[in-house]
Design a protein around this ligand. Structure first.
Ligand code: ATP
Length: 359
């Protein structure tokens, strides 16, 4: 019988993924990563619900303590990034280095199982011509999580299954209720598990970074107000600036060295170009000439057509990996260093990387 591990967070999606595979005849084993202390789904609360689901399905449950790995790869990564005035994206980093990589390794080495399933909303195909796994958007565009999976390697995709990719969320809940799963009515988790654990991103960051008050200035250096710590702000932010002006003001730059938040009008928070580092080519091999695709610069932003010019690896800065230049066909608002730019052709995710800080 086919054996498979399901990554169980204690939420409705992964519970339903496990139940579907179990009822399809797979020999399912649940695996929960203990990610951090505190309140929320990555913490002990999630483990208890995950254990309950394994009891309901009568399947084994493994819990792996990955708190140190999560601290090093996610918490420290966030704190270093925010301290440097960028807005890192933790979820794609977490998927690659904390979840898929270690779960697959645990399955292969400890359990002799070489497939993992998760409750992510995304689809996967294998293209025999190119011998590549193609990552695709989920059918449910509102739940699509392919953006957060752009950094998975072909090796990791080869070992992954996404049973919910063809379903809309209401179907997931219906199936969960049909199977009588305890998590069927569990509320949606927040986009960021860290936020859930501390109450807010601000509260989470303040545990690690001492807030220093400073000036909010315009591009000409005129002082318009005061901020309560550069790490509380992100590029494109409008709300919470506490500055009154005749027209709306947005954060257009962060200068942690000078302890300044720089603001401007909406136009000055838009760009026609950007560079991206640490690119992972997913569904296609790295191109040698430019390609045209639809680029998303944030999880919820609308895709914008762009030319993607491969820059390759700079031998003087190999740590930046493969780089590309994006030339957008229209001005894009709120391009934020540290977030991912992910490009698609139709539903197919071609590749993605981290938006550079071009200062
Ligand atoms: N702590 C964990 N241990 C194992 N797998 C996890 C863990 N957290 C998340 N996952 C897996 O990653 C998937 C996506 O996680 P995400 O945090 O985005 O939750 P979600 O979309 O709200 O799903 P769920 O309803 O299952 O919590 C989950 O469905 C699950 O399969």
């Amino acid at each position: 019988m086919n054996k498979i591990i399901v990554g169980l967070s204690g939420g409705v999606d992964s519970s339903t993924a496990a139940a579907i595979l179990h009822h399809q005849g797979y020999q399912v084993e649940g695996l929960t990563l203990w990610l951090m202390k505190g309140k929320g789904q990555c913490c002990s609360e999630g483990m208890v619900d995950a254990a309950y689901i394994c009891e309901q399905l009568d399947i084994p449950h493994h819990i792996v303590d990955t708190r140190n790995l999560f601290q090093a790869n996610i918490v420290d990564y966030l704190v270093t990034g925010y301290s440097a005035g960028i807005t890192p994206l933790p979820c794609s980093q977490c998927n690659k280095t904390v979840k898929f990589g270690p779960m697959l390794a645990y399955g292969r080495e400890k359990l002799g199982i070489d497939k993992i399933a998760t409750g992510h909303y995304a689809r996967l195909d294998y293209d025999s011509k190119s011998d590549r796994y193609l990552l695709k958007r989920a059918i449910d565009r509102n739940k699509d999580q392919s953006y957060f999976l752009y950094d998975l390697t072909q090796y990791l995709l080869a070992g992954s299954v996404f049973p919910l990719g063809e379903m809309v969320k209401s179907e997931t809940r219906r199936i969960a209720a049909e199977y009588g799963l305890k998590t069927a009515d569990k509320p949606e988790s927040q986009d960021l598990c860290l936020v859930e654990s501390s109450g807010s991103m601000r509260a989470f960051l303040d545990k690690y970074i001492t807030p220093h008050q400073g000036e909010i200035v315009d591009r000409e250096g005129r002082v318009l107000g005061r901020h309560d710590g550069v790490h509380h702000y992100t590029i494109g932010q409008r709300k919470g600036l506490g500055v009154s002006a005749p027209h709306p003001l947005y954060v257009i730059d962060l200068d942690p060295a000078m302890n300044k938040v720089i603001v401007g009008d909406r136009d000055s928070a838009t760009k026609m170009e950007s560079t991206v580092k640490l690119v992972n080519w997913v569904s296609i091999a790295p191109p040698s000439t430019s390609i045209r695709a639809e680029v998303q610069v944030r999880y919820r932003s609308l895709p914008v057509a762009a030319n993607i010019i491969p820059l390759g690896v700079n031998e003087e800065k190999p740590q930046d990996g493969f780089r590309v230049k994006l030339i957008f066909e229209e001005a894009v608002f709120g391009i934020t260093p540290g977030q991912a730019a992910v490009w698609y052709e139709g539903d197919i995710l071609l590749g993605g990387g981290i938006i550079e800080n071009e200062k």
